[in-house]
Design a protein around this ligand. Structure first.
Ligand SMILES: NC(=O)c1ccc[n+]([C@@H]2O[C@H](COP(=O)([O-])OP(=O)(O)OC[C@H]3O[C@@H](n4cnc5c(N)ncnc54)[C@H](O)[C@@H]3O)[C@@H](O)[C@H]2O)c1
Length: 436
């Protein structure tokens, strides 16, 4: 059996490479010629820990290939995974044009009975709609929903050791069940991780998972703001609350709002689905609103420290990616901060270990990206920590003190709160933490 992965981005490349790692014959197809050319030359277009080795090994072994010829790749495959982007439309709904294009290509170019697997995050009802698009195909097309839960930064281990594999498939579709069981068998050797369900439930599961996680973050961000008003410390509150087994410690960290290519768009899309079905999903829409407000928190703090006048101020930013261990800057809170600073006439000097290229592509010479984190802080009026990359977690504050023209630290990730920075002469401002 051959597998084709259509869409070779963060999800498609990781999934395709990991299936190939288990011995599966995989062809990754994408319409982006530059991306495929770079992969064919052995260059990985994204930063994702561990991925490069797997891609190199599988490509050398001949079981991972790349192509821009989507039709031919579909023609030789029995399983066609759809991992194309589903970006937000203006009204919050998901843009499904790329998914539809692949479905139509499958209807047209499949040369045998085939399983069409929707791995992209798509609104409930998409599986049913795609079935209508492929119903007149020459060969039977089985449409399955298999949303992806990998996290950028840990994507390889998440794919090879998933908490669960959600598969939405008709109960009596033995062909699709056999293909999917076989493909995921290698990640289920210690225990069966597949959660079978109907397609609509699988589609909804993805949005509900992301919205639930986003909701925890937004709730703690609101609580952090309350902590600042009442003199409490959100670190302590988190530790107290998170040690309740029913709640657990994860996703309770206050910060500058969630970003990335998934949470913001998926929360909005769930709200949109609710509205399309005559329901206002109040918790989801508030989660989104709270996050939009929170993304401006570091900028508001900076303005307060400079009496609302940031003109000509030199601001250093550490971290542009939306989280550590990825070069992905989509919807990153650092971008919200940079945009606001530029609009207010400030100068921005930024550093990121992996996302520099994307930041330069976006801002050109409107900001200065530097190769050494300390160079960003030189003569700075403030330093904002926006992404908790490990290398920023325990820097030399003595060196920073010497370099900066004003020792103001805005700690968007609450990493530095216990370091006694006030005693060192810094003004320290975190998100709902007292600091020391
Ligand atoms: N990035 C994540 O962490 C993550 C996690 C889980 C789910 N998802 C979901 O997976 C999907 C893909 O996300 P991503 O981050 O990998 O996106 P991405 O933008 O990195 O990659 C999408 C790829 O699809 C390609 N493409 C677009 N139209 C195409 C077409 N018609 N034929 C072939 N290729 C085409 C693009 O060129 C691009 O390379 C989205 O629905 C997303 O919500 C993403």
């Amino acid at each position: 059996m051959k597998l084709c992965m259509v869409g070779t981005g963060y999800v498609g490349l990781v999934s395709g490479a990991c299936f190939a790692e288990t011995g599966q014959d995989v062809i990754c197809a994408d319409v982006n010629e530059a991306k495929i050319a770079s992969l064919e030359e052995g260059r990985i277009p994204i930063f994702e820990p561990g991925l490069e080795d797997i891609v190199a090994r599988c490509a050398d072994g001949g079981r991972l290939r790349f192509t821009t010829d989507v039709a031919a790749a579909i023609g030789e495959s029995t399983a066609v995974f759809v991992a194309v982007g589903t970006p937000p439309r203006g009204d919050g709904g998901a843009d499904l044009s790329a998914v539809d294009a692949v479905a139509q290509a499958v209807a047209e170019h499949a040369k045998r009975e085939v399983v069409l697997v929707l791995k992209s995050t798509v609104p409930v009802g998409t599986n049913a709609r795609v079935r209508r698009l492929v119903k007149d195909a020459k060969h039977t097309v089985h449409v399955v929903s298999n949303p992806e839960f990998l996290k950028e930064g840990d994507a390889v281990s998440d794919f090879l050791r998933p908490d669960r594999v959600v598969i939405g498939c008709d109960e009596d579709d033995d062909f699709a069940r056999e293909v999917m069981s076989r493909l995921y068998h290698p990640v289920c050797l210690d225990r069966d991780r597949i959660v079978w369900m109907d397609p609509a439930s699988a589609e909804l599961t993805k949005y509900v998972s992301n919205t639930m996680l986003a909701m925890r973050i937004s709730f703690m961000n609101e609580i952090a703001m309350l902590c600042e008003r009442v003199g409490a410390d959100v670190h302590a509150v988190r530790a107290g609350v998170g040690s309740d087994d029913r709640i657990g410690p994860k996703f309770l960290y206050a910060g500058p709002g969630y970003g990335g290519s998934c949470f913001p768009k998926d929360v909005k899309a769930l709200v949109h689905t609710g509205r399309e079905n005559g329901m206002e999903l109040e918790l989801a829409s508030t989660t989104d609103r709270v996050n939009e407000r929170q993304k401006g928190v570091c900028f508001r703090k900076l303005r307060q420290h400079f009496d609302d006048d940031l003109r000509g101020k030199r601001v250093a930013i550490w971290g542009v990616s939306f989280k550590p261990r990825t070069d992905d800057i989509r919807e990153s809170s650092a971008l919200t901060l940079i945009d606001a600073l530029l609009a207010d006439g400030a100068q921005v000097f930024a550093h990121d270990p992996e996302a520099s290229e994307h930041a330069v592509a976006l801002y050109g010479d409107r900001i200065t990206m530097v190769d050494d984190a300390y160079d960003a802080a030189k003569d700075a009026d403030a330093l904002c920590l926006m992404t908790e990359w490990r290398q920023y977690q325990n820097p030399s504050f003595e060196r920073l003190k010497e370099l900066m023209s004003r020792p103001l630290l805005i700690d968007g990730r609450n990493i530095w709160s216990s370091y006694g920075l006030r005693a060192l002469g810094f003004t320290y401002d975190g998100i709902g933490v007292k600091g020391s």
